[in-house]
Write a protein that binds this ligand. Structure first.
Ligand code: ATR
Length: 292
């Protein structure tokens, strides 16, 4: 297969594929960077239903796009389809960013990098003395978070999940640093933890709240949530009321977009307070203070 320039759009155009996809805010992020950097290009949503995803990846080198982001439910299919996956995508078994080189589809997974970059930006030094971490949930998002925490030296990483088998699958994937656990274990683990991450859908708009008694949490505990609608989830509100440091999940969305933009458009963009405000405005949120 060739990467035929003739089939590409007039300006380099990337897309995000998923099913459904109309809720995706990725076009706002990438179009903001294109305008800010004065780059001629575009980024669009592209709905691809599961039955069509294999055909989409097969046609990518000769189609209109210079590459794509991949979101739910296609990340595993993307991993299977690319010609080459990098180390992090291979460790996660999922690809969320694809770019083309000489007609070959190269894939990465930037969710882990996005998670860590958000903490680096909003809680600098959070990993200065990495201790035990607690990860709530064992789905696709948890995989990226666990990989990132392992990279930054957090140990052990207690993975608490309703379905025990999925927590155990994380230990099989990432090794003995991961300790599978159940929700009933949380009160006993909390006093030892330095970081608590919610990767479940609990607390998301339209879902049940995540209610945890944080009274026994250490004062130095950092609490973060990958849910960002609402921006302050019930978990983060409870942590703030308890006087704990918190980081919301919006920055993970912003930072995971950086490597793809750099691959497709050749310039590494920056996650600025202005970009954050732009997405918040789209969510109908006005943030007080000078949050970066
Ligand atoms: P994602 O890829 O976004 O992580 P997922 O794979 O569907 O999505 O995972 C969702 C996570 O939220 C899982 O850990 C799920 O627990 P199960 O593995 O037991 O399903 C968790 N979750 C969702 N709803 C939940 C609920 N009501 N109570 C407890 N955990 C819940």
């Amino acid at each position: 297969m060739t990467n035929s320039a003739a089939t590409k759009t007039a300006v380099p155009t990337a897309c995000v594929i998923g099913w459904p996809i109309k809720h995706s805010r990725s076009p706002i992020i990438h179009r903001h960077w294109l305008a800010e950097l004065g780059i001629e290009g575009d980024y669009v949503r592209h709905a691809v239903e599961p039955e069509q995803v294999a055909a989409f990846f097969a046609a990518l080198p000769d189609g209109p796009f210079v590459g794509c982001n991949v979101t739910v439910p296609h990340k595993e299919a993307a991993f299977a389809a690319v010609d080459q996956a990098d180390a992090v995508a291979t460790a996660l078994g999922a690809v969320n960013t694809i770019w083309l080189e000489n007609g070959r589809r190269l894939g990465s997974n930037t969710d882990a990098e996005g998670f860590i970059a958000n903490l680096d930006q909003r809680a600098p030094g959070f990993d200065a003395n990495p201790g035990p971490a607690i990860v709530l949930g064992a789905g696709g998002a948890a995989r990226a978070v666990i990989w990132a925490l392992k990279e930054r030296g957090f140990a052990p990483i207690h993975v608490i999940n309703r379905t025990r088998d999925r927590a155990e699958a994380m230990a099989e994937r990432f090794g003995s640093v991961v300790r599978p656990a159940g929700w009933e274990d949380l009160p006993g683990l909390l006093p030892t933890a330095s970081l608590l991450v919610n990767t479940t859908s609990l607390g998301m708009e339209g879902q049940p709240p995540l209610v945890i008694d944080l009274a026994a949490a250490p004062d130095a505990l950092l609490v973060t949530d990958i849910v960002y609608i609402p921006l302050e989830t019930p978990l983060l509100a409870a942590a703030r009321a308890r006087g704990l440091r918190t980081v919301d999940g919006l920055g993970m969305l912003l930072h995971q977009a950086v490597p793809g933009f750099e691959r497709w458009f050749g310039v590494r963009p920056t996650v600025t307070p202005e970009l954050r405000r732009l997405i918040l405005a789209d969510m109908g949120v006005v943030e007080e203070g000078n949050a970066a």
